[in-house]
Design a protein around this ligand. Structure first.
Ligand code: ZN
Length: 244
């Protein structure tokens, strides 16, 4: 420290400047860590999951609907064939026992197949219905989630706006303070602030440093005590600026 002496009317402004910088740092930290921002991320994550599960249910429903059509088609062709066979059987054109037996066997076989397909169709229809219900449920969940997201976004904007207002007020005050201070004081302050962002400058208040709270030697304390008011030294323990 090259014998910097702060005029008595500039000591207060220097500490005021430091207080504004501390406040600005706190506000910046608050803006970055707003709980609404975290909440918004979680909500968007949940929304994403819901959207994915909806598209999963939708492709499931599509597959089931295709299966339903296939079953319908096969059932209707069995129906047609049954009518044909039945008609043929009672047409009076069947003359041999063997021919009649073969048609009757076919009818039995077709009816068996019809039973299987019908229960498969029933099962498929139930599953389609379940898929539709799941889609409906998820859609209403999605709506709630979108609502929550919108509310949280507006909460976040409000909180950011409020803090942003405080930041701009502190910056205005800071500019006014800086105008009072000298180049030399400012440049020392800014240099030391890189290492001690919130308390580069401390007041001398006996041998215990107000920055690091360590105790300097009695000799050093006496030396600083003997300096004129406004003299700036470095704390021998931490290196902060100590203003007599
Ligand atoms: Zn110290």
């Amino acid at each position: 420290m090259e014998n910097l002496i702060i005029p008595s009317d500039l000591i207060e402004p220097l500490f005021e400047l430091q207080a504004e910088d501390l406040l600005l740092g706190q506000l910046e930290h608050k803006i970055k860590n707003l709980p609404e921002r975290e909440k918004l991320l979680l909500l968007k994550d949940e929304e994403d999951k819901t959207e994915k599960s909806i598209s999963g249910y939708e492709s499931e429903r599509l597959e089931l609907t295709k299966k339903e059509k296939r079953l319908d088609l096969e059932l209707s062709s069995i129906e047609t064939r049954l009518l044909e066979v039945d008609e043929k059987l009672y047409s009076g054109l069947i003359t041999t026992e063997k021919e009649a037996k073969s048609l009757q066997d076919e009818i039995v076989h077709l009816k068996e197949r019809q039973d299987v397909l019908e229960s498969e169709l029933l099962e498929t229809l139930t599953m389609v219905e379940e898929a539709c219900e799941s889609i409906e449920r998820s859609n209403s969940l999605l709506e709630t989630q979108k609502n929550d997201i919108q509310n949280t976004e507006s909460d976040l904007n409000a909180a950011e706006g409020e803090l942003g207002e405080k930041v701009s007020q502190a910056k205005t005050r800071r500019v006014e303070i800086v105008e009072k201070l000298t180049e030399e004081i400012l440049s020392s302050y800014e240099t030391y602030r890189r290492h001690f962002p919130s308390d580069a400058v401390v007041r001398f208040d006996g041998p215990t440093c107000n920055g690091c709270h360590l105790t300097m030697s009695a000799m050093e304390a006496d030396r600083i005590k003997g300096l004129e008011s406004g003299s700036v030294s470095e704390c021998p323990e931490c290196g902060r600026l100590v203003v007599r």
